[in-house]
Design a protein around this ligand. Structure first.
Ligand code: NIG
Ligand code: FE
Length: 417
């Protein structure tokens, strides 16, 4: 048996609590143990307690001295687009010159330009680039990442992306949760209705029969997929036993949050333009909002979603990076926590809950990851600070000391300091 004892965490942030997503004041309860410790057997947490208690049961164990630092569950990034070819540096520069995301897309940049590069790339090339992105996530303390397709937009190219995600899962330490996003944009030279039929009749059956995805997502937005087309695709996905996520109300309040509620989607994501009616609809059917402040920031907007209203309404809020080459080129969950606190007025503890246990629940993995409790995977990070609030407070530089997945050390800056 492989045994590991983590000792002397200034704060062992356990998030121990009820086995469901946390709401309202529960989001501020982190169940912190001061001078905490944790015993791990074969990658599974078997005991949590004070350092003194854990040390007693740790005679045969390899010792990890956290040295008075913060220990946190691995971040769970519940919305990301980590597989793509190239970058969008030209879009970035055009935005710096004052053009908007929609203007750039209309002029030939945007999602479509990444689709062209992704189609031209081989599966091996895509994998190599995505592996580099996987390492970036790890360096930020993230150990689980939801991963969407959506830059292929033909049957073969969407399958290629999903196979890359499957290989990432097999060959990197991060767990990737695959989502089929064939409805990310309408390909050039295709009629919208014709493409919707292709997604429903050809792509979805293959994705489902080859078990390449757990979730289906749609970009429900003006110029992409309208409410009726989104409803059609997501209803078909549900029949294929995929669970649902939806890019909703990002640029316009088009009723995406309400559609998520109607279809009992697991999550509705973005929600920058969602109003109180959308919030009430999500509450009524238990949809989790996934807020993506990185894309608001990187698009140079100040229109952040109404996180406080959502928390006060009792929604189990999630924070994610939306890592992608266009609207959010950042894999950093600490950066998202900073934005959540400074721009959306979330409390640091709420932001931690939103990026760990609530995110895990939104990926259907609330009983395996997202908190440090006996029976769960020993996925955790040690941060070079004494108070968990420092993770959101200092920004723009890495505070990670080391990262563990299933009790295995994967990244350590211990020798650098
Ligand atoms: O979540 N909104 C749609 N999809 C991505 C952007 C993708 C891209 O621009 O390449 C998002 O922001
Ligand atoms: Fe996205």
């Amino acid at each position: 048996m492989n045994s590991l004892a983590v000792l002397h965490a200034s704060q062992l942030v356990t998030l121990a609590g009820s086995k469901r997503p946390r709401v309202r004041s529960e989001m501020s309860e982190l169940a912190i143990i001061h001078d905490g410790g944790m015993l791990v057997h074969d990658g599974i947490i078997v005991a949590i307690g004070s350092s003194a208690q854990i040390e007693k049961g740790a005679r045969q164990s390899e010792l990890v001295d956290a040295g008075g630092r913060v220990v946190l569950p691995g971040f769970v990034d519940a919305h990301a687009h980590p597989v793509f070819a190239g970058n969008r540096l030209d879009d970035f520069e055009l935005r710096a010159r004052g053009e908007t995301y929609e203007q750039i897309a209309a002029a030939g940049g945007g999602i479509w330009s990444t689709v062209e590069k992704t189609r031209a790339a081989s599966e091996a090339e895509l994998f190599d680039q995505a592996k580099k992105h996987a390492n970036w996530f790890l360096k930020c303390g993230t150990t689980t990442v939801e991963a969407k397709s959506g830059y292929g937009l033909t049957l073969e190219d969407e399958l290629k992306m999903l196979r890359v995600i499957r290989r990432l899962n097999e060959e990197t330490p991060i767990e990737f949760v695959p989502t089929f996003l064939g409805a990310h944009a309408i390909p050039r030279a295709r009629r919208a209705d014709e493409y919707v039929d292709l997604v429903i009749n050809e792509m979805l059956p293959r994705v489902a029969s080859e078990k390449l995805a757990e979730f289906c997502d749609v970009f429900c937005e003006r110029g992409y997929f309208d409410i009726e087309q989104s409803r059609k695709i997501l209803t078909a996905a549900k029949k294929s036993e995929l669970k649902l996520r939806i890019h909703a109300d990002q640029l316009t309040n088009s009723g995406g949050a309400k559609l998520a509620a109607e279809l009992e989607a697991t999550t509705a994501d973005h929600l920058e333009k969602t109003d109180e009616n959308g919030i009430a609809a999500m509450k009524a059917s238990g949809v989790q909002p996934v807020l993506l402040p990185g894309s608001v920031y990187a698009l140079g907007s100040t229109d952040y979603p109404r996180a406080r209203e959502m928390i006060e309404a009792g929604l189990a809020v999630v924070i994610a990076t939306d890592f992608n080459p266009g609207s959010s080129p950042s894999p950093s969950m600490p950066m998202m926590l900073s934005l959540a606190c400074t721009q959306m007025k979330m409390r640091p503890a709420e932001a931690i809950t939103a990026s760990t246990i609530n995110a895990a629940c939104s990926l259907n993995r609330g009983d395996e990851i997202g908190s440090l409790e006996p029976g769960k995977l020993a996925n955790f990070s040690i941060f070079d600070c004494e108070d968990y609030r420092e993770i959101a407070y200092w920004f723009g530089f890495p505070q990670i000391h080391s990262v563990y997945v299933r009790g295995r050390p994967l990244l350590s800056r211990a020798n650098e300091t």
